[in-house]
Design a protein around this ligand. Structure first.
Ligand SMILES: [Zn+2]
Length: 494
């Protein structure tokens, strides 16, 4: 333990983690709209107000009251492809999206959860206007699971399938503008019990849950598609929820700062309030709102319960994606990759591509480094690597295997292909001037260069200087080892 961790553990630090991950499905959760942020301008807008009213138990939710007191007015931007009457709350929700449900169930199974026989869609009160209904629909698909960490087991309280809220477009003093395009994108929410005792363990859990989610192959990538919330408390303090950080690197700081904040309040004899705080980019937090009451869930009466057939759940259990850790060790064993490269392949979702290319009989290590650091390198040079398809990579490796291009030409060619994905690869090779050089061609060139640099032959190690001159002419067309071999033979002969 680091000194900081020892200090935190003396304070009785406890954390829970909540992860929200957007799914990459064909439709939204309760309608057939496209689950994506619109690339177009809104076609119309709708304005609404939300009032807090007493719930069935006659109590007004403290968080709801807090929002109402602010007297906000909400504007909603409507997008034709991404919005229908369901997002506007003018039409009841449709049946739950089966594709999304399947992903959520697989995640729950991977997290060792118990799966209920029947699923119930519930409403969770949301009063900041980010849902037009005033609630978020959520379906708990698994409970009482766990995930193992280096410092012990962390229990998973539940896994839920939820609808994403609207995105804030603009926030004024009394009005907020939201985009309806994001509303209803399927989300998987994973909540742990407060079994996390150090910032390092929190990072490990977050990473593990992220890997499990991505292993389904059905999650969105990129900024804003995964969000983490933290619950932090110390002995004598209170549970404080910290929302909205996307970068795992600031998590350490957030936890440390919150523990320290609670310690200071306790030291001054003040009460630590249960509240929701917002994570700032620098690891500090600021007050957002009181912690909502616990009676926020009530049944969604517009969607009937969903019975889960035991056989169906069993079939999902049999079709689980290979856990990332297993895949990484399989790559180390079967392809003799080192752990770093194997991990990088799996994390970048290149595993299937790699295995496919390895079937061509090309050296696995070369394929792996090309797909990871190689592509990163040409991307940094401005190549649109996302345009590279499997067939492109297959072509390039085939040419290499057949000796038609040299190893050195691999990355320049891939770069060229990504910039001209529709062009015939033979034409690109000609354009680049990297058609493989034959040994005879090389020999002629070497003789020519030796001939016009005879003076170099008198020096010690003439091959060093000559090698540079030859490589300048042939780089990318034949490999360096062959050049050196032919060069040595020709120096000997002259
Ligand atoms: Zn819709």
């Amino acid at each position: 333990m680091t000194p900081m961790e020892t200090e935190l553990s003396k304070l009785g630090l406890k954390c829970g983690l909540e992860i929200h991950q957007q799914l990459d499905t064909r439709h939204k959760l309760f309608c057939n709209c496209r689950p994506q942020l619109s690339k177009h301008k809104p076609v119309m807008g709708v304005s609404r107000n939300i009032r807090a009213v007493a719930g069935e138990l006659g109590k007004v939710d403290v968080a709801a009251l807090h929002e109402t007191l602010k007297g906000m007015e909400f504007h909603y931007d409507v997008f034709p492809e991404e919005t229908c009457l369901v997002e506007l709350d003018e039409e009841p929700p449709h049946e739950v999206n089966k594709e999304a449900l399947e992903v959520a169930l697989k995640v729950a199974i991977l997290l060792n959860c118990e799966i209920p026989d029947e699923l119930h869609v519930m409403r969770k009160a949301v009063i900041d206007g980010s849902n037009t209904t005033g609630f978020q629909r959520t379906v708990i698909v698994g409970m009482d699971g766990h995930v193992e960490t280096l410092s012990g087991r962390v229990r998973i309280a539940n896994v839920a399938l939820e609808e994403e809220s609207c995105q804030i477009i603009n926030k004024g003093r009394h009005t907020v503008t939201y985009g309806l395009d994001r509303l209803g994108i399927p989300l998987v929410e994973i909540g742990t019990h407060p079994d996390i005792y150090t910032p390092e363990q929190a990072r490990e859990v977050a990473e593990k849950l992220g890997m499990i989610l991505r292993s389904t192959g059905k999650v969105k990538r990129g900024l804003g598609t995964i969000r983490q919330d933290l619950n932090v408390s110390i002995r004598g303090g209170s549970r404080v929820e910290i929302k909205g950080f996307q970068d795992l690197r600031v998590m350490h700081k957030i936890i440390e700062n919150e523990a320290r904040r609670q310690k200071e309040l306790i030291g001054k004899g003040k009460k630590v309030e249960e509240e929701v705080r917002k994570a700032e980019g620098d690891g500090t937090t600021s007050f957002l709102r009181p912690l909502p009451g616990s009676a926020r869930l009530y049944p969604e009466t517009d969607v009937p319960p969903i019975p889960l057939d035991a056989q169906y759940v069993e079939s999902l259990g049999e079709a689980l994606p290979e856990a990332w850790e297993e895949r990484i060790s399989r790559y180390q064993k079967d392809y003799s990759l080192n752990k770093e490269i194997a991990t990088s392949l799996v994390k970048s979702n290149m595993g299937d591509m790699f295995e496919d290319l390895a079937k061509t009989g090309m050296e696995a290590g070369l394929i792996a480094t090309t797909l990871t650091s190689g592509l990163t390198q040409i991307k940094r040079e401005g190549a649109p690597v996302e345009k590279l398809e499997k067939r492109h990579l297959k072509d390039v490796f085939r040419l290499l295997k057949e000796g038609k291009i040299a190893r050195e030409a691999l990355l320049p060619l891939l770069k060229m292909v990504s910039e001209n994905p529709g062009e015939k690869i033979d034409n690109l090779i000609k354009k680049l001037g990297i058609e493989s050089l034959s040994i005879d061609g090389l020999r002629l060139l070497v003789r020519e260069i030796i001939g016009s640099n005879k003076a170099l032959l008198g020096r010690p190690n003439p091959e060093k200087a000559l090698m540079g001159l030859v490589m300048k002419e042939v780089r990318g067309r034949i490999n360096g080892e062959t050049v050196m071999k032919v060069l040595r033979e020709e120096i000997e002969a002259s």
